[in-house]
Each structure stands twice: as structure tokens, then as C-alpha cells.
Design a protein around this ligand. Structure first.
Ligand code: PMP
Length: 396
């Protein structure tokens, strides 16, 4: 891979912050006092060193989401596990209720977990979205009933960046006495999150979306909320997530969360300026249409359908020009082949529009120069691909 890649795929994963790496090294065999690595459950000094790192990280993650008690944060192996634990664990905790409500634009980690419940006999209601990708709180309210064991609505969408009215949705679920799970994997570090004000029951986070390491995440579980584990073993993380903790990963997540909390406003402002340059540049190309709400969208996200161009060809063409962007949702694209994104279909886009969509996501270290250079490459790539396409009718 070239060294000078213009990396615009921060929704897929973010670069590891140097400061985060520094926080991880003492737990990867570089303890300043020469201490060997310990198991955080051990009582001796190396164990205590590891335990303290985990508890410091727990406090930083709690602060990022506004949790009063750091004991409400459980560490997991990532956003997927957090989502699975919430959906399956909330359902198992109240086995008499057999109805689940999710939005149509959930990440597969929620959608597929709800699908497992469906296969086990639960009724699963999927709430649609409008053309901008937004859930209607009224429609959600209408779907809840006395048999509803949980609702799941993501804070911000990983493909089109749409930011849902979570405050309103949480209030509705709270009133109805239905636990709400919120996937905040894309929102954390980009939007202020305050669970002390918003009555969510569980909330999923992933470190690698906020400049932390891959393979580590967290689930916020409000005190008093009943949750059954999905992993069984040594009883770590209050019995809700057995398995020796990923100490270095968790220490890195803690530092990433601390920095995200401190730098949130600055990062968001920086990203928004880049996003605006990108939106005006890219939608200035004929036949390019923005997907997702114009304002209610993540600071980092630009998602467009490009008429007459197939997304994967565009991504590969741009890659050859040194620019990394996503085709639809990177989480799915290696397995999905040419399948149209369910998120775009739920937004009433045609299958043709859906398979012609790319996601361009900036980050805290992206520069205006990179954006300008990307826009040049993008115009070139689109023009050349259209020239080759027998289907494109708008040739000059
Ligand atoms: N939810 C959302 C909204 C995501 O964007 C992702 C990552 N693509 C996940 C869940 C899964 O997180 P992880 O990659 O840490 O398993």
C-alpha cells in the first residue's frame, strides 16, 4: 500500500492514535517497572497493575457516555459482541415476552441477533425510515405493546450517517416500560452522549471507531437493567462477559475515550468543515446525489449515489489513484458482493442507486488538502468509468 493514501473511510475504522498506542504498550510487555504481564483477576502486583488499567479505562468510557457509575460499563470484544449481548441478553432476561422492535437500518450485529430471536419464535417488527434514513418516533411508539421485550434503534447510521431522534425515542420506550438498546458505535466521539439524561437501557460502543484498537468494545448497562450473559466461564465483568480481559486493548480504549471526550467539539468542528467541502464538491458533479439527511448527519459522513457508475468499480479506481473510500457499508462489503444495501432500500432508493453508492468519511486528522486532492481524483474516476459504461446515457 502507498504511504500517501488519502484515507477517507473512517466509518470502517479509524487510524490508531499515537497517544492510544503509548497507553497500550505497558500492557504489551513494556511495563515501566519491568513487571511481567498479569491476569487482572490475580491478586499479586502484576495482576493489580492490569486491574488498575482496566478500572481507569472503565472510568474514561463511563465519562464519554455520561454514566454516573463506571460499574455500568462492561468491556467486550467489540461493537458486534456488545450489540449481540444487548439484544440476546435483554430478551433472555424476560423470557415471557416474545416481541422485539428494531429499526430497518440497524447494523447487522443488531439485525442478525434479532433474526436469531425471530428464528426462535419471537415476533420481530422492523420500523421503516423516511427517504432521509430517519426513524419516526410515532411509528416506533405504535409498535410497542405489552409483549415487547426490547426495542433497538441506533444513534447514528454507519452507512448514510443519519442521526436518529434518540432522545425522543428513549422517552417513548421509557414511558412504555420497554428496554431500549442503542448502538452508538458510530456516534461515540462525534456526538455528545449523556445516558444520565437519556433513559437508554443499554448502549454499544467500539474502540476502533474512535482511534482506539480493533477488537475491543463496551456495553453500557444501566443499573437495575436485567441482562443475561451470552458467554459463560470465569465470571469476569460481573458475570456478564466471561473471559480474561483484553488488558492492552481496554487500556487503549480508555485513552481513546478520554481523548474523544476532551476533543469532541474540536474534532466535530474540523470534520464538519471538511464534510461541507466534500458535499459541495462531489454533488457538483452531474448525476451525483447525496444520501441521508442534509443536517441530521454525522460530522464525518458523505454518502452519495453516482449515476451510471458501479460502486465497487469506483472504489477500486479511486484506490488505484491513492484514495480509500467505502462502498456502501465496509462491514458488509467483503461478503455482500453486488447486493444492494438494505439501508438504502429502506430509504426507498432503487437497487441501481444502491449499488452505485459510495461512502466518504473524514476523521480528526484529515486535511483540506487531502479533500481537495480526493475531489480531483473522484471527478476523474467518475468521468472515466462513465466513458466505459455502456449503460450511462449522460456522456458528453
Ligand atoms: N454497529 C455499528 C453502527 C458499526 O458501524 C459497527 C462497525 N462497522 C458495529 C456495530 C460493529 O462493531 P465492531 O466492528 O467493533 O464489531
Amino acid at each position: 500500500m502507498q504511504n500517501d493514501v488519502v484515507y477517507l473511510d473512517h466509518a470502517a475504522t479509524t487510524p490508531l492514535d499515537e497517544r492510544v498506542l503509548e497507553a497500550m504498550l505497558p500492557h504489551l510487555g513494556r511495563a515501566p517497572n519491568g513487571s511481567p504481564r498479569g491476569n487482572p483477576s490475580s491478586l499479586h502486583a502484576p495482576g493489580v497493575f492490569a486491574r488498575e488499567a482496566i478500572e481507569d479505562a472503565r472510568a474514561s468510557v463511563a465519562q464519554l457516555v455520561g454514566a454516573d457509575d463506571s460499574g455500568e460499563i462492561l468491556f467486550t470484544a467489540g461493537g458486534t459482541e456488545s450489540d449481540n449481548l444487548a439484544v440476546l441478553g435483554l430478551a433472555a432476561a424476560d423470557p415471557d415476552k416474545k416481541h422485539v422492535v428494531i429499526s430497518a437500518v440497524e447494523h447487522p450485529a443488531v439485525r442478525e441477533a434479532a433474526g436469531r430471536l425471530g428464528a426462535a419464535g419471537y415476533e420481530v417488527t422492523s420500523i421503516g425510515v423516511d427517504a432521509d434514513g430517519l426513524v419516526s418516533p410515532a411509528e416506533l411508539a405504535g409498535a410497542l405493546h405489552s409483549d415487547t421485550v426490547l426495542a433497538a434503534v441506533m444513534w447514528a447510521n454507519n452507512e448514510v450517517g443519519a442521526v436518529q431522534p434518540i432522545e425522543e425515542i428513549a422517552a417513548i420506550c421509557y414511558e412504555a416500560g420497554v428496554p431500549l438498546h442503542v448502538d452508538a458505535v458510530q456516534a461515540a466521539g462525534r456526538l455528545p452522549i449523556d445516558v444520565s439524561r437519556i433513559p437508554v437501557s443499554t448502549l454499544a460502543l467500539s474502540a476502533h471507531k474512535l482511534y482506539g484498537p480493533q477488537g475491543v468494545g463496551a456495553l453500557y448497562v444501566r443499573g437495575g437493567v436485567d441482562l443475561e450473559p451470552v458467554l459463560f466461564g470465569g465470571g469476569q465483568e460481573k458475570g456478564l462477559r466471561s473471559g480474561t480481559e483484553n488488558v492492552a486493548g481496554i487500556a487503549g480504549f480508555g485513552e481513546a475515550a478520554r481523548l474523544a471526550f476532551e476533543e469532541l467539539e474540536e474534532r466535530t468542528r474540523h470534520e464538519e468543515a471538511l464534510r461541507e467541502t466534500l458535499i459541495s464538491g462531489v454533488t457538483g458533479i452531474p448525476g451525483v446525489r447525496l444520501n441521508g439527511h442534509r443536517e441530521k448527519r454525522l460530522s464525518s459522513n458523505v454518502h452519495v449515489s453516482v449515476e451510471g457508475v458501479e460502486a465497487e468499480s469506483l472504489v477500486l479506481f479511486l484506490d488505484a489513484l491513492g484514495c480509500a473510500v467505502g462502498s456502501g457499508s465496509a462491514c458488509a462489503s467483503s461478503t455482500a458482493g453486488h447486493k444492494a444495501s438494505p439501508v438504502l432500500l429502506a430509504m426507498s432508493r432503487t437497487p441501481e442507486e444502491a449499488i452505485s453508492s459510495i461512502r466518504i468519511t473524514v476523521g480528526k486528522d484529515t486535511t483540506q488538502e487531502e479533500v481537495t486532492s480526493f475531489l480531483d481524483s473522484c471527478a476523474t474516476a467518475i468521468a472515466q468509468l462513465r466513458e466505459l459504461s455502456p449503460l450511462y446515457t449522460g456522456k458528453s
